[in-house]
Design a protein around this ligand. Sequence first.
Ligand code: C2O
Ligand code: CU
Length: 508
Amino acid sequence: GGAMLIPLERSVLAAGQSRIAESALPAPFSTPFSKPPVATKVTSVGTTDYYSMTMREQAAEILPGRQTRIWGYDGVFPGPTIDVQQGREVVLRQINRLPASHPTLGYTPFTSTHLHGSASLPQFDGYASDVTYPGSWKDYRYPNFQGSRTLWYHDHGVHHTAPNVYMGLAGMYRMHDAVEQGLPIPQGYYDVPLVVTDAMFDVDGQLLYDDDDHSGFFGDVVLVNGRPWPVMKVERRKYRFRILNASVSRTYRWQLDSGEPLVVIGTDAGLMAAPQPVTTLLHGNAERYEVVIDFAKYKIGRRVTLRNISPKNNVDYTHTDKVMAFDVVAKASTTSKNSVPSVLSPYNAIMALTPTADTPTRTMALVRQGGQWTINGETWADVEASAYTRALANPALNAVEVWEIHNDSGGWHHPLHIHLIDFKILDREFDRNGVRVAPRAHERGAKDVVHVGENERVRLITQFGPHPGRYMIHCHNLVHEDHDMMGQFSVGEGGYDPITTAPARPLP
Ligand code: C2O
Ligand code: CU
């Protein structure tokens, strides 16, 4: 309430763009909720499952009665959910049949598919410059030896990741294991992906995009699984929601309007040691949180809404404080897998690491320099100029290190993502005042993205492995990543070359 409204045409839109009338948008909580489709495998051979997806343009009804042009894996946004069992390898064929150019930006949509959260070999990691042009394909091999977790696959094409993902190239990937499946937590039908993005539409219902001088993209319509402010019918029982912030730049802070807690049970890299009930939850780009909501607390007929109370980047628009609603419509049809134990059993081994006096420490400073977003003063252009050899760090294979992430770029937060590894957040220092405080309750699990607020310093501990090679580190505000806040680190000596080992091939 009382938010300042900045005219969109002035703050964001480029010349010639105009936004759809607010009256053409659906009222919040009037669009039915839906889950993304589940991917079906093409075949299985031994312990390997084969999938194939075609990236293509498709018309989707996002706003009532309008057809919006999207780019989707198999033509859907979000892409099909891939469900895998730990220990089964996946080969995912990605066929690029996107059009020759982006409808308004004009670039050629080459792609590189990253499975975010997977310790993939370098040539299958979606290295930004390992690109697949329209008319080509590439097979990605995913090892799936890690424990149960919520991953996601998304485009990572160099300098075009933000518009490619915004057009729809993102989907969820759930890794299951026997420990998770043995817990009494909600599963199956009650394990629900929530892929949250923000969008802006032009008068014809097409996606509008403008990165506001490389600072970020902030839409005025919140989409959950590609639906604007949807409403979901729920039973009086517990549900597990896997919330993925797949937005280009927007950070959210979740809260239930009922005042009841969100019970966080999982972070980026799997289940936590113990559930963390929170009343608000800060959720940066690319982070995944598994959250249980107990609808048994409400009577049938009650509506509960999930709000976004992030004070930042939220003032410009009318409805980005709304996200989705849950209508409690029925009693529980089953009460199995309907509890949250106080111990969620074996958590990620990375959580057992603690620094010693001998643990090597490195600093990664996030700074804007001469109009460029940089890490330690370097950009992806520096990596390109070095024929992809230049690295910000060269940890030994299996080395344990502490990394200190400094955000000295006043006025901006940066969700920093490190490929390959999981990490534990040790502590955070606000305002460079020398006082280190514990990570927030919901961050006390294994992570691969950390939200680094203005003037914050965050310390992480991790182990670099299990294989050598060059991997990216970047800001996951996709606009910052594209311009050009991305570098690489090199684990150990050698490793497969990320670009030349398994190049894309032309379609016949
Ligand atoms: Cu989710 Cu390098 O990205
Ligand atoms: Cu950033």
